[in-house]
Design a protein around this ligand. Sequence first.
Ligand code: 5GP
Ligand code: ZN
Length: 133
Amino acid sequence: MEDCIFCKIASGEIQGLRIYENDETLAFMDIAGDVDGHILVIPKKHCKNILDCDSETLSAVANTVKMVSDHLTKNCGYDGVNILNASDESAGQSVPHFHIHIIPRKRDDGIDAWPIFEGAKEDIQTVFDKVKM
Ligand code: 5GP
Ligand code: ZN
């Protein structure tokens, strides 16, 4: 997609630190510099987010997330990973090309990668009645 920064990284038009790629997906370093080892996994085919992503593309991305996570923990000295995603601006998505964040973790690394919520406003039964499938 024209004017999409991650499409340009996927095609090589813009440089990225490419960790792993296959025909459908690319894993590369996030430039945020916020935490050591921050990695993004994207589909090479443009889709905006998980809500706009076909199941084949989603499964290719999930498999690459798993492959990179295995590599980090088996070969790179990490113990675990946080897997994060924001789908839609309402959820904090800032780049409108589907991406999964991988944050490599070590025991006692002191990183707080989990959001601190401020307390539910609706009771659990009300929400359950709304979201039950
Ligand atoms: P979001 O807020 O959409 O979940 O995450 C977007 C991520 O993309 C951010 O962590 C941000 O640092 C990263 N990012 C934005 N522009 C670029 C770029 O040009 N190159 C790379 N490697 N990462 C980027
Ligand atoms: Zn794109």
